[in-house]
Design a protein around this ligand. Sequence first.
Ligand code: FES
Length: 138
Amino acid sequence: MNKKAILQICSTCNSAAVKQNPERLATECPEGEKLLTAIEAAISSDAAMHGKLLVQPARCMSGCQRSCVAALMADGKYQFVLGELDSSAERVDDLLSFAKSYLQADDGLPQWRDRPEHIRKNTIARLHPLPSQISNEN
Ligand code: FES
């Protein structure tokens, strides 16, 4: 792994079931917050990821129809916006597996076959790296 990356997770995302139930919406911890906690716990028990993946909470990323939403980014690399995530062990494994492949890819584009199926099917956007002129001027 040659670079560090940032994983932003929308901490305000909720599941469709919770969104449709005002009582649950008012009382339950958002699914995005649960995902954030689960990812942080998984990283803390994975020595290969220590110091490599910085997890940040974010508020709404305008992907509410595809919640939970997360974004993976690193300087000089493609950026991914991912949806249909949740705090289950399967989705946490998918997200961390993809983050590891992302870290290993110099340009941030893991081979298609190296991307978990759920990630392949639920990539909302892939953004090109910022032009170096922009990132160097600031
Ligand atoms: S609340 Fe998470 S994307 Fe809108």
